[in-house]
Write a protein that binds this ligand. Structure first.
Ligand code: PLP
Length: 362
């Protein structure tokens, strides 16, 4: 295969821009927003058959992940559909992961539908020990909010060896930084609300699979549970995806600089960064009051709970009961694409304002 071979695999940068576009003569470049529930002369109905707007988004995300994508109303709807589609009995789940997913599965456990085996997903040996007898391994990597990284290749082998399915929530990695299907995942999940949408203006979720049977079951999940994406949301998510590569590059550049400067800052303890991506978590010396003070004093960085937008957002996670295990001073930051010096000046000033909560040096 040569660079001029038209059949070589396209770069993700190119796929993000070109996939899911209409190709008919005279068609608009972007699939329009189809506001329709009903279609004439055929029995097609949006909840069961989708619309061209969803299908365009699914085509683009599917091409990036190298599988078939199904869009849902939110990331949680996608996660719930994955559980419905695989109907597991014994599930290995990450202890430190997105609290919504843990709450959902705990609810199923309380109702007697599943047995959960919580493990540190970054400890491959612990995953291996818990996997025997499990029929599903649920991984999230990097994890929310501590940014632990799972060894997906090893976990894929472990799941295969015990006959368990692997589901990977790849929201923080985006479709650009890892492709879990290539490590044996049956389903990849994205909260498209975050980096794919990229502008904090929509909710959407996606499941991607290469297994035709699982694909059909995921479509059934959406049809029966009715967690369908909105037409405008699907349009905006695809519009967001077009610029994901350049947004992520810019945010990652900012993140790398912030990580260096935070590591050198006397008021900051541990800085957690998986080496790529736009999420950075760091522990402010002085615990919860110091970390809260940082959130109160930032002016450019936005104190907010969601993430993945062009704007930098920050939040102290331990305040949520589902994240009570996290360090009280840990701030999870979703790094945006603002000017790095403006960002750093803002953070440095907020850190200086929190100094009064830090223990005096000995
Ligand atoms: C890693 C991860 N997965 C899933 C979700 C749920 O996505 P949504 O809010 O779109 O339902 C979130 C939301 O914060 C998340 O951070």
């Amino acid at each position: 295969m040569t660079a001029s071979d038209p059949h070589r695999l396209l770069s993700p940068r190119t796929i993000a821009v070109t996939a899911g576009r209409p190709t008919e003569h005279g068609a608009p470049l972007n699939q329009p927003i189809v506001l329709a529930s009903n279609f004439r002369d055929g029995g097609e109905y949006t909840r069961t058959h989708g619309t061209q707007t969803w299908i365009a988004l699914e085509a683009a995300v599917g091409e990036l992940e190298r599988g078939r994508a199904i869009a849902f109303a939110s990331g949680m709807a996608a996660a719930a559909a994955a559980v419905y589609a695989l109907a597991p009995k014994v599930v290995v789940i990450p202890t430190h992961s997105y609290l919504g997913l843990r709450s959902l599965l705990t609810e199923y456990q309380n109702q007697g539908h599943v047995e959960l085996r919580p493990v540190d997903i970054a400890e491959t040996a612990a995953v291996a020990a818990a996997a025997a007898g499990a029929d599903l391994v649920w991984a999230e990597t990097p994890t929310n909010p501590t940014l632990d990284v799972a060894d997906l290749a090893a976990i894929g082998d472990i799941a295969r060896a015990v006959g368990a399915r692997l589901v990977v929530d790849s929201t923080f990695a985006t479709p650009l930084l890892q492709r879990p299907l290539e490590h044996g995942a049956t389903i990849v999940i994205h909260s498209g609300t975050k980096f794919i949408g990229g502008h904090s203006d929509l909710l959407i979720g996606l499941c991607i699979t290469t297994d035709d049977d699982v694909y059909e079951r995921l479509v059934k999940a959406r049809t029966f549970q009715g967690a369908t994406p909105g037409a405008l949301e699907a349009f905006l998510a695809l519009r967001g995806l077009r610029t994901l590569p350049i947004r992520l590059e810019a945010a990652q550049r900012n993140a790398l600089t912030l990580v260096d400067r935070l590591r050198a800052h006397p008021g900051v303890g541990e800085v957690r960064y998986p080496g790529q991506g736009a999420m950075v978590s760091f522990v402010v010396d002085g615990g919860a009051p110091a970390a809260d003070s940082v959130c109160e004093h930032v002016r450019i960085v936005v104190p907010a709970t969601s993430l993945g937008g062009v704007e930098t957002t920050i939040e102290r996670r331990q305040k949520y009961s589902g994240d009570a295990h996290v360090d009280p001073g840990l701030l999870r930051m979703s790094v945006g694409i603002e000017d790095i010096e403006d960002l750093w000046a803002d953070l440095a000033a907020a850190l200086a304002a929190s100094a009064r909560f830090r223990p005096a040096p000995q």
